[in-house]
Ligand binder design. Structure first.
Ligand SMILES: [Zn+2]
Length: 188
């Protein structure tokens, strides 16, 4: 209508309007691309969170199964095994992974699914509470049995599960804690 009233032809509108239209289209494409990128990144972040949640759940299941294995060990030997907090070698006689392996359990059980490759190769993913060596479940006060190895040096290694460690206690429960269990015990 404006062009008809002002006398400027479609050519003029087409020339200026066309450039404006192309510019508008370009902006639209840029905005659309940005939206797709953000949505894609959000989707990837959501998927990554799901993977980490799944690993945390598997870690908890590992700890529950290790507890059952240790109960079975106690039923066979009359007491808990004598294990090192941090064994010198992966398959040392006093390593958790060796203890589980000797009982016929898969090695994977002794590894937190969230632990780094080097930790997995080293085979020591959970720290054992050596104060429990030779004691009997059911006759010891509630205390920690296993905790993620990252708790050994909290300043150096990040907490593996959303800012928390998973801890197995002598009553068979698995809890998440933001501080190493021995630090919690010292506060009591
Ligand atoms: Zn874990």
């Amino acid at each position: 209508m404006i062009s008809a009233r002002t006398g400027y032809g479609d050519g003029a509108r087409g020339r200026f309007g066309g450039e404006a239209s192309r510019g508008y289209l370009e902006v639209r494409w840029i905005v659309l691309a940005a939206v797709v990128l953000v949505l894609g990144a959000t989707g990837a972040a959501a998927r990554w969170t799901l993977v980490r949640l799944q690993r945390a759940r598997e870690c908890e299941q590992h700890l529950h199964q290790i507890y059952l294995a240790l109960e079975w060990y106690q039923a066979q030997h009359g007491e808990l095994p004598h294990l090192a907090m941090y064994p010198a070698e992966k398959y040392a006689p006093d390593s958790l992974i060796r203890c589980l392996k000797d009982m016929g359990f898969p090695e994977e059980l002794a590894l937190c699914p969230e632990s780094a490759r080097l930790i997995r190769e080293r085979g020591v993913s959970y720290l054992w509470n050596p104060r429990l060596n030779g004691l009997r479940l059911g006759s010891v006060p509630r205390t920690w049995m296993l905790v993620e190895i990252n708790a050994l040096e909290p300043q150096t290694y990040p907490k593996p599960h959303f800012g928390a460690y998973q801890v197995l206690f002598t009553d068979g429960t698995v809890r998440r804690t933001k501080r190493p269990p021995w630090a919690l015990a010292a506060e009591k």
